[in-house]
Ligand binder design. Structure first.
Ligand code: CA
Ligand code: CA
Ligand code: CA
Length: 438
């Protein structure tokens, strides 16, 4: 957790003349640490002050938010959703008394924060760093239900084990800003909900069993009548899912179909949309949902394991209790393909029996089950000239990146470093996706 630099230094200086300090406690949404708040939802900061022997001493009380770049202080009438930039507005100035406040209940922009309650011993409305009675902190991030926070940081991308293909080399360091990633692949049911919504709005049409952007040539997804690998059916204007496959990953979805879904899902969550569906350009940094970049995907897949770097999200060995691959022994390897498992199947209760396989970031099925579309155009030599800072892939190309192997792959394709690609309109029963959020 970050710490206010000024506090860490100046806390070492005792507040002279104050025999006993009061105590404080701050919480975010009722919790003391590692709080996750859905984007757009209010952030509820509660704090209590217990005056103790400080009762009646005149003080300033501060409620402060720290972001990676700024500080905000709360004074109840600030222009920034209740928070004023800087540490210039004391929450309270006057005699110290027991108090609590549960009223700091307002939205803040998405990001990662530390919230502090701080008492300084000089009641002048200014922040006196060298006269801090006491403080307490709570860290929180704002995000979205079903997504996990991936903190900013550097990692070395590529094949660390000398077992991959040339396009996985050279291993190269990249820095990735913090982002959010879907915990699970998008399911058939969720994609079906999108199809029904988009069909009702006249955004898509179905021709010979294939879903297209309305009036255009980009295929979004297949239905069962066009591809037996699809679990989506279309009849008398209504899309439905093969019974029992609702929570399996959506497949036979193209890159176009994935990004159209991303825009729909952003709108559903009242987030800004990232994609222009005429040009297929993605506006990064809008705060909407989009496909992860290939570098984001690999960072997320590795689950913060980089000392040493592993072949798979959990280590260097694989068996059928850990992920779904060809002949991995799960009970879904019967009937017509694709032999997907439900999303999050490897949760500790699976067959063959095993551990909960959520990786270090809490993500499931980052390898195996279905391939994930990524944002980037594919270039087999891109790693040789990749930028360090948030690489987005080549400016153009013919194929889009796919990652992670599938239920019909051999184990080598399930490595975190594995790369493949296909044309963006391509529909395949082993191709799915999950979304990221800036
Ligand atoms: Ca606390
Ligand atoms: Ca002061
Ligand atoms: Ca399998």
């Amino acid at each position: 957790m970050r710490c206010l630099f000024i506090f860490t230094i100046l806390l070492l200086i005792p507040a002279i003349g104050l025999a006993q300090t009061p105590t404080v406690d701050i919480k975010c949404n009722g919790l003391d640490s590692n709080v996750v708040v859905n984007p757009g939802a209010n952030v509820k900061i509660d704090f209590t002050v217990t005056a103790g022997s400080g009762l009646g001493n005149t003080v300033d009380i501060w409620i402060i938010l720290e972001t990676p770049t700024d500080y905000y202080s709360y004074n109840g009438y600030g222009p920034i959703q209740g928070w004023n930039k800087g540490i210039y507005n004391a929450y309270y100035t006057g005699p110290l008394a027991d108090m609590n406040d549960t009223a700091l209940d307002s939205p803040v922009p998405d990001g990662s924060y530390v919230a502090y309650v701080v008492i300084d011993a000089w009641a002048d409305g200014f922040f006196d760093q060298n006269l801090i009675y006491t403080l307490d902190a709570v860290d929180f991030v704002t995000g979205i239900e079903g997504m996990a926070f991936i903190p900013a940081g550097e990692f070395e991308m590529g094949d660390h084990h000398g077992v991959g293909a040339p396009q996985e080399l050279p291993v190269h360091a990249v820095y990735i800003d913090a982002f959010w990633m879907d915990v699970f692949d998008v399911t058939n049911q969720k994609y079906c909900d999108y199809l029904n919504s988009a069909y009702g709005q006249g955004l898509i049409e179905v021709i010979s069993g294939v879903v297209y952007k309305f009036g255009d040539t980009e295929s979004y997804s297949a239905t069962y009548s066009a591809d037996l690998g699809s679990r989506i059916h279309f009849s008398v204007g209504v899309f439905s899912v093969t019974s029992g496959k609702e929570d399996h990953p959506m497949v036979t979805v193209s890159w176009y179909g994935a990004v159209a879904y991303a825009n729909w899902r952003s709108a559903e969550l009242r987030l800004p949309v990232c994609y222009n569906l005429e040009t297929w350009e993605c506006s990064f940094g809008t705060g909407g949902l989009r496909l992860p970049t290939e570098a984001e995907w690999e960072k997320a897949a590795r689950g913060d394991e980089q000392d040493p770097y592993y072949m798979y999200p959990w280590g260097n060995s694989i068996d059928g209790s850990k992920a779904n691959y060809d002949s991995s022994g799960d009970p879904y390897e019967i009937g017509p393909p694709p032999w997907t498992t439900p999303v999050g199947y490897y949760d500790g209760g699976q067959t063959p029996p095993g551990m909960d396989m959520a990786n270090g970031y809490g993500l499931y099925d980052m390898v195996g089950n279905v391939y994930d579309w990524c944002y980037d155009w594919y270039d087999s030599t891109y790693y040789g000239s990749s930028p360090y800072d948030n690489p987005h892939g080549p400016a153009s190309g013919t194929n889009r990146v796919l990652r992670k192997g599938s239920c019909q792959s051999n184990i080598s394709s399930l490595r975190c470093a594995g790369r493949t690609s296909h044309t963006p309109e391509y529909l395949n029963g082993l191709h799915g996706f999950r979304l990221a959020l800036d």
